[in-house]
Design a protein around this ligand. Sequence first.
Ligand code: F6P
Length: 359
Amino acid sequence: MTAIGCIGICTGGGDAPGLNAVIRAVVKCAFLKYKWKIIGIPDGFDGLIWPEKSYELKLRDVSGILPRGGTILGTTNRGNPFRYCTVENGQEVVRDISDTVIANARKLGIDAVISIGGDGSQTIALELFRKGMQIVGVPKTIDNDLSATEVTFGFDTAVTTATDAVDKIHTTAESHHRIMVVEVMGRDAGWIAVQAGIAGGAHVILIPEIPFTIENVCRFVRAREGYGKRFTIVVVAEGVKLPPELKDNRRVGSVGNLIGSAIAACADKEVRVSVLGHIQRGGTPTPFDRILATRFGVAAVDLIAQGGFGKMVCLRCGRVEVVDIAEAIGHLKTVSPDGQFVQTAKAIGISFGDSSPQA
Ligand code: F6P
């Protein structure tokens, strides 16, 4: 192991509230505890393709960033140095420029890198580690679908934002006796939908893990009308699998709109749709996310000091631990239809559109 005097840090993939809190913790801990120099690598690993864009991060650079959403380093979900795309003479060309990235890190004097990112960024980190880069990972995604960690920072903030939206939708839904569809993020897993749905008092939650039918949702709406509830709130995860009768042209319209139109036609009621989109990725991180991000940042610096390269920090039973990146990637953590969240929701009468309401 090379003695550490300087570390690099980059953020890759979609941003998540709490990234700046990690950067701040890394800079503070690396400098105050270990006296290391810290280099900020902009825009994920892209910053090592153009090393002149990288710059030293001093304590003053991270002052005041704890409550800020986004990432002061910038990010991208396209920059994979092993499959780097450029357009040459009007043709798309894909190249492996990982050797350049590793050489540039050395030129900058970087002894080890902290890669903050989701599954895609950690896969790149593992490939770079296998080529000799001393690298450690910090997991990140608002979707909370990384199996190696109990929870990722950004998720709590996204759930808070989505819950706030469902709360606000409630009053207008009730006033107008409408069905309101709220589409939340969650490309492969329904964690935000389930948790914001329970916290916001939604009546129907539709998630990728549970097949549903429009007919079941409409029967549920009618059952509610039967006991005087003339409004219904449906929280939909963007990654939900549409029933066969609905054409899946979600690239044209949002999945929330497709489901909303189908419910309107079937239930013969007014439906309005709100797509929360990237609002869930912005804003100030909640205290939970700031604390988790700070714990992860400090743990990543300590991991470098211990020579734990090729590993990623994670949360298990409330404790920060480490896992091999090789073990951590490629396994999605999805919502179990038989798990406590879904069963708790069903026990209080929330429908997942998978069965007819009981008479
Ligand atoms: O993975 C996080 C996430 O926010 C997903 O929920 C969403 O599908 C995706 O990123 C959106 O990515 P982009 O910012 O590239 O549109």
